[in-house]
Design a protein around this ligand. Structure first.
Ligand code: GUN
Length: 279
């Protein structure tokens, strides 16, 4: 039997409506600043999509596009200016940055209350401790998608393939907070197929097109594909969707699964940051 497709676009759309409703009721407009250095084509698309989402929900967006060769001090000065601007509730520095820039130094200037990416050590630490923080957008969106699919996470074996700081590690922490039994697999994992085949919930974030094949998936599993690999102009996930959907119980498509939720959670974080900043 073919799997249910988890429609990330539909969930993103309904969440954005709720966010827009809440923003309408506020006495001030939340502000999101996006800093982009250079003209990486993928980054340009992401930034445009963030601007569109801001328009859709009523967040004022400020985009700063700096040339590729901008010196470290100028990027730092801009971020510091945004930190001190009370009209800016969230600051996002689009990654990757050009190689001559010190990413850690730049990101460290963003205080946790304006870190809407949820990348800072404080926000990540608080998330691991189960305390209130701004959660990283993709992991948080994944939890929303699993719940939207009607899957009860508690007690399930969740296998995360990939251990990046942006997706793998934080999504494992959030699944654990939802009482899943969590296994993290990575490039050095032995007998990967043996482990993925035991997953009730399989989250794949490794950046390798169609790496997870149908024979690696347990019958009826929930499969979340975080991959966005551009191959010959086509966007491919990390999961071989066409064959995997004949085995899985629920599965996210690429595009239209995790992607729309990442930006939606950014809108959610910006609204949350604005509410916290204004009591
Ligand atoms: N580049 C690709 N995805 C992201 C993201 O979620 N946040 C930032 N800051 N940069 C990215």
């Amino acid at each position: 039997m073919s799997a249910e497709i988890i429609d990330g676009k539909a969930l993103a759309c309904s969440m954005r409506k709720e966010i827009a409703e809440e923003i309408k009721k506020l006495s001030l407009q939340p502000g999101l600043a996006v800093v982009m250095v250079g003209d990486d084509p993928s980054s340009a698309i992401y930034v445009r999509n963030k601007e569109k989402a801001c328009e859709e929900v009523g967040i004022k967006s400020y985009t700063y596009k700096l040339p590729e060769n901008t010196p470290q001090s100028e990027v730092e000065d801009l971020v510091k200016k945004l930190v001190n601007d009370a009209g800016i509730n969230g600051i996002l520095v689009q990654l990757p940055l050009p190689k001559h820039l010190d990413v850690e130094k730049i990101l460290s200037l963003i205080p946790p209350e304006k870190d809407v990416d949820g990348f800072s050590a404080q926000n990540v630490g608080k998330m691991f401790l189960g305390e209130q923080s701004l959660y990283a957008c993709t992991p948080h969106g994944i939890i929303k998608l699993i719940k939207y699919a009607g899957v009860d996470i508690a007690g399930k074996h969740a296998v995360v393939v990939g251990r990046s700081n942006i997706v793998g590690k934080p999504v494992a922490a959030l699944l654990l907070a939802e009482n899943a039994t969590v296994t993290i697999c990575h490039s050095k994992t032995q007998n990967l197929k043996e482990i993925t085949s035991q997953a009730d919930i399989l989250v794949v974030a490794i950046g390798k097109p169609h790496f997870i094949t149908a024979d690696m998936i347990k019958e009826g599993a929930t499969v979340i594909d975080v991959g966005t690999n551009r191959v010959d102009g086509k966007l491919l996930g990390d999961v071989d969707f066409e064959n995997a959907k004949e085995v899985a119980g629920n599965i996210t498509p690429v595009p239209g699964g995790v992607g729309p939720m990442t930006i939606t959670m950014l809108m959610y974080n910006t609204l949350t940051a604005c509410k916290r900043a204004n009591g």
